[in-house]
Design a protein around this ligand. Structure first.
Ligand SMILES: Nc1nc2c(ncn2[C@@H]2O[C@H](COP(=O)(O)OP(=O)(O)O)[C@@H](O)[C@H]2O)c(=O)[nH]1
Ligand SMILES: [Mg+2]
Length: 268
């Protein structure tokens, strides 16, 4: 299969997606570029394993409850050169993998964003509050790191190259729902070349457990702001993941010839 000589893994955490996970997995395989799909069953709804067993995906299990724990386990089990993270709840479009891959030519990490109003479908759980909340937290991170543009901190759909994944993995601390921005900050801090692109965001199949109500969303937003502030203040004072700092500055460009004339990244 492969994509420009690189193997591709898709990782899916699952908790409450029994009715949508099979279609999601099959759609990823149908793209023709996916070598393996790893599903991490995080004490998921009864019947989930039966659905996964009906596909070519590999199921692994994580007991520790939480979005972060689940994704961390799934990524650890993935063997591809490129790792695509997604949710099997029908909100993301598996064909958007080609958008991530197009940018993976030039970047080490490609983050999705769900806040572009042209790509928010009718019924999607991305109303005014969630859209601007995600945007505001992303801008806060962008400002503190003086990075290129970010407009979302909670989009699971993203692509990470193996060298970057291996470098940041030892520094993961979050097992909860706010694992997403931790990955973003570690990538930025490593000096990896990162970009964010809009992806489709649709109505969910089944109930959202993370951002389903305003209280949960507010609490999550507060946790994210706390995490970002703590990380940035720690790194300002020479603490935090010191050994990760700038390890990828200009090193992992996918295609050196093609990128000869590119501007230097902001961290150089
Ligand atoms: N709620 C919840 N989601 C989990 C857990 N472990 C893994 N996940 C996954 O986290 C993702 C996000 O959850 P979801 O309910 O869709 O929240 P939303 O995307 O904010 O609407 C889904 O793919 C879940 O399968 C968990 O313990 N609780
Ligand atoms: Mg979801």
């Amino acid at each position: 299969m492969m994509w420009h000589g690189k193997t591709l893994s898709v990782v899916l955490p699952t908790y409450n997606e029994k009715d949508s996970i099979r279609a999601c997995i099959n759609q990823f395989f149908a793209t023709g570029v996916v070598d393996e799909v790893i599903v991490c069953n995080n004490n998921a709804a009864d019947g989930t394993s039966t659905e996964v067993a009906a596909t070519a995906a590999r199921e692994v299990f994580e007991e520790r409850q939480g979005y972060g724990w689940s994704l961390r386990k799934a990524m650890q089990e993935a063997s591809g050169d490129l790792i695509v993270l997604c949710e099997p709840d029908g909100t993301f479009e598996p064909l958007d993998i080609f958008k991530l891959l197009a940018y993976a030519q030039d970047f080490d990490v490609v983050f999705g964003s769900r806040t572009n109003s042209q790509m928010i479908w009718t019924g999607a759980n991305m109303g005014w509050f969630l859209k601007w909340g995600n945007w505001a937290v992303a801008k806060y991170m962008e400002f503190l790191f003086n990075s290129n543009s970010f407009t979302d901190v909670g989009c699971t759909m993203r692509l990470i190259g193996r060298p970057v994944l291996e470098a940041i993995t030892p520094h993961f601390t979050i097992g909860d729902s706010y694992f997403g921005p931790e990955v973003m900050m570690l990538c930025l801090w490593s000096g990896a070349r990162c970009i964010e692109i809009p992806v489709n965001y649709r109505e969910r199949v089944g109930e959202s457990m993370v951002t389903g109500d305003l209280y949960k969303a507010l609490r999550l937003g507060t946790q994210m702001i706390g995490l970002i502030t703590t990380f940035r203040v720690m790194t300002w004072f020479g603490m935090g993941p010191r050994t990760l700092r700038g390890v990828f500055n200009g090193q992992t460009r996918v295609n050196e010839t093609h990128l000869k004339n590119m501007p230097p990244s902001s961290s150089e």
